[in-house]
Design a protein around this ligand. Sequence first.
Ligand SMILES: Cc1cc2nc3c(=O)[nH]c(=O)nc-3n(C[C@H](O)[C@H](O)[C@H](O)COP(=O)(O)OP(=O)(O)OC[C@H]3O[C@@H](n4cnc5c(N)ncnc54)[C@H](O)[C@@H]3O)c2cc1C
Length: 250
Amino acid sequence: MKPAPFEYHAPASIGEACSLIGSLEDAKVLAGGQSLIPLLNFRLARPAHLVDINRIANFDRIYERDGGIAVGALARQADVEDSQLVARVCPLLAAATRLVAHRVIRNRGTVCGNLAHADPASELPAVLLALGGHVVAHSARGSRIIPAADFFTSVMQTRLASDELLTEAWFPKSTGRFGIAEESRRHGDFALAGAVRYGDRLALFGVAPTPVLADPRDPARGLQPSADLEATAEFRLHLVQVVTERVFPQ
Ligand SMILES: Cc1cc2nc3c(=O)[nH]c(=O)nc-3n(C[C@H](O)[C@H](O)[C@H](O)COP(=O)(O)OP(=O)(O)OC[C@H]3O[C@@H](n4cnc5c(N)ncnc54)[C@H](O)[C@@H]3O)c2cc1C
């Protein structure tokens, strides 16, 4: 199928982008397009306006800030995966990014787009949560920091307001003990269940409407994963034990 008609905008600055999304009725930000374009093609999303941020200069920076790694809104997942800086300061982020989809998708898909999309089965939101990172949101009203623990609110829902642009994600230094494990039907598919470890912290993904922190000694407690064509709820609970044991080996 083809997308429903929309008006296309290509702002050249963050200010211009914020003023567009703040003033236009029913606008969507376009970053890597790896999630949004399929939704448009299937007409599961029909925004009146598309605000393409790909022409904003210096929006793809990956740099050290406050001891951690800041990732600009246009930094591709593949750039993060290949970055020497990320490998040194936040190797957990590098390891997790390699599990996102396939390299061709990571060549276009952005880290910030992945966080804004907030798929419950995504690896990177769980990494941000396990590390206690944050995102930076800009609008014509100013900017604010949203901690990972507050950012993800439900399936594909975040605290970003409709006039806010996610300009940066910040991942704290993670040179302590870390691990990430997931189970999916095929390599590159979204996970049926996954676990991220940083030190004693455990974050799970694919088993709740958002990534969740859990007790490594009893990771399934309180979880009520959904059942779908890919897996029953019971199987997902079983996988929670499996992936947790992988990141917290006895
Ligand atoms: C076959 C396939 C397999 C995949 N497998 C996985 C996987 O295993 N794990 C995984 O995590 N992901 C997976 N993905 C999704 C992929 O990682 C996407 O790239 C990512 O989720 C979205 O990033 P994007 O830059 O492409 O965003 P887009 O598709 O451009 O946008 C996605 C959503 O986020 C919003 N958005 C994007 N950037 C911003 C911003 N800066 N500010 C505000 N809103 C913004 C958009 O408006 C839209 O609603 C897969 C995708 C495909 C096609």
